[in-house]
Structure formats: structure tokens, C-alpha cells
Design a binder for this molecule. Structure first.
Ligand code: TPP
Length: 250
């Protein structure tokens, strides 16, 4: 029997009916849904290959019904490079957290972008290592408390948080870089459009496409989902401004 929600929302065939393991309010779940809807609407189910990271989204393959490959921690960009080079007619994306993409995987990320590998990065920046219990990530905000910075991150010892969109948009190989969020319905629609645009540009074979989602982590930020969305707007966005950082040259 259909629940009330199911009566008004028709689940795209690419979104598996698996019960999600994400904590309540986690933006990973929203982004999964957007990707599944998009692949369905763009009729790409048989053409898309995702690369899963190590982190909270390690089980992305349980929710989106496409071909997936699991990467070792931080190695998603290297794996996506290989897949896209071998199967250039597929839409290939890596789905990675900040620990995966910007800490252990920094080298893979930077070099794939510099080489202009023709896949899409979907980068979920929640400013913390979610899966392992809330350690400081490269994108943890200055002053933010984590289990490894109990008095708050200090720039003097940890540097300032990495702004990945700004960094990768410097590379000639990157043709499209946009920072988005899903903290409200309007921004969620923009996120879907941005991922769609990235996939379209990828299909034109122009270069690397990079989507950063300014995200939340209610469990490790130790707040309610509602408060976490407020913090995305009030604390994350001033440092990680939303917007398009790079567009293909026309
Ligand atoms: C080689 C290796 N080093 C460390 C770990 C432990 N580990 C698992 S997930 C993770 C961090 C994930 O954080 P992030 O990429 O930000 O993703 P999130 O869980 O926040 O979505 C770490 C350090 C591991 N599994 N493998």
C-alpha cells in the first residue's frame, strides 16, 4: 500500500526503494535523490557509471540503480579517470566527501582536474569527517569544534579551510565549477540544474566538471537537522559562497 508521500511523489525507477542509512536531515540523501531523478529524466540509466567513495556515502550504490565502482579512500578521481578513458561514451561521476576528495585524495583530485579528465566530480562538503565520528576535515571552518579540535580549529596550526571550487577553477582542464547547496527548496532546484549542466557539458567532452555541495552533518555538528540548515546558511556560506566559478568558453 502506498504511503501518503508515495501518493504524491512518483519514485524514479533509478531511485531504489532501499531504506536509507543516513542520519535524519543529512544532505547526502537529498543529493542522492536529485542524482537519481536527473539520471531518470535524462534517460541515462544505462549510460551512467558512478564512483563511490569511502565515507558516509560509501553505500550510494544501494540507492541509485546505475553501474557503480567502489574506490579506495581518496582514489575516486583516479578510478573515474580510468573508467571515463575506457568508456568515453558513458556519463561518469565521482561522489565524494571532503575527507575523501580534499584530504586523502587531494593529489588525485588536483591532477585529474589539471589533466582535464572528462568526468564530473560531485563533492559533498560537510566540513567534517562524518563516517569516522567527526574529526577535522580540510574544509572544517576556522574555530569550528570537532573531535580532533575540541577547542575549535585554529588557523595558526591547521591553516584556513580549503576552498575547492576556487582551487580547481584555476586549472585549464576544468571547464565548469559551481558551488551549490540544498539548504532550502530553491537552492535544491539549483543543485539539480547544476548537476544536469555538468552532465551535459561532460557529454560534449569539454573537460572536467566540478560541483561542490555545501552540506551539513547534524550528528557530528551535534545539532538538530533544522539548526544544521541554519548553520549551513549562516556559518558555511559566508566562507564557501555559492555560485558559478567557471563556465565553458563560448
Ligand atoms: C585508507 C583509509 N584511511 C582512512 C580510513 C578511515 N576513514 C573512513 S571514512 C573517513 C572520512 C570520511 O569523511 P568524508 O570524506 O568527509 O565523508 P563523510 O563521511 O563526511 O561523508 C576516513 C578517514 C579508511 N577507511 N581508509
Amino acid at each position: 500500500m502506498k504511503t501518503g508521500y508515495e501518493k504524491i511523489y512518483e519514485r524514479p525507477k533509478t531511485l531504489l526503494p532501499t531504506r536509507m542509512h543516513y542520519c535524519p536531515g543529512c544532505m547526502h540523501a537529498i543529493v542522492h535523490k536529485l542524482i537519481a531523478e536527473l539520471i531518470n529524466e535524462m534517460d541515462l540509466q544505462e549510460k551512467t557509471i558512478g564512483v563511490c567513495p569511502v565515507g558516509c556515502s560509501v553505500f550510494a550504490y544501494d540507492y541509485i540503480d546505475i553501474d557503480w565502482q567502489e574506490a579506495a579512500h581518496g582514489r575516486a578521481a583516479a578510478l573515474a579517470t580510468a573508467i571515463k578513458r575506457m568508456l568515453p561514451d558513458r556519463v561518469v561521476f565521482s561522489y565524494q566527501g571532503d575527507g575523501d576528495l580534499a584530504a586523502i585524495g587531494t593529489a588525485e583530485t588536483i591532477h585529474a582536474c589539471n589533466r582535464g579528465e572528462k568526468f564530473t566530480f560531485i563533492f559533498i562538503n560537510n566540513a567534517i569527517y562524518g563516517m569516522t565520528g567527526g574529526q577535522m576535515a580540510p574544509t572544517t571552518l576556522d574555530g569550528m569544534k570537532t573531535t580532533t579540535t575540541p577547542y575549535g580549529r585554529e588557523a595558526v596550526t591547521a591553516g584556513m579551510p580549503l576552498k575547492m571550487c576556487e582551487i580547481v577553477s584555476q586549472f585549464d582542464g576544468v571547464v565548469y565549477a559551481q558551488r551549490v547547496s540544498c539548504n532550502n527548496p530553491a537552492n535544491t532546484r539549483r543543485t539539480k540544474k547544476a548537476i544536469q549542466r555538468a552532465f551535459e557539458i561532460q557529454q560534449q567532452g569539454l573537460g572536467t566538471t566540478f560541483i561542490e555541495v555545501v552540506s551539513n552533518c547534524p550528528s557530528n555538528w551535534k545539532c538538530t537537522p533544522e539548526v544544521s540548515m541554519d548553520r549551513v546558511k549562516e556559518e558555511m556560506m559566508p566562507y564557501f559562497p555559492l555560485g558559478v566559478f567557471k563556465e565553458p568558453r563560448s
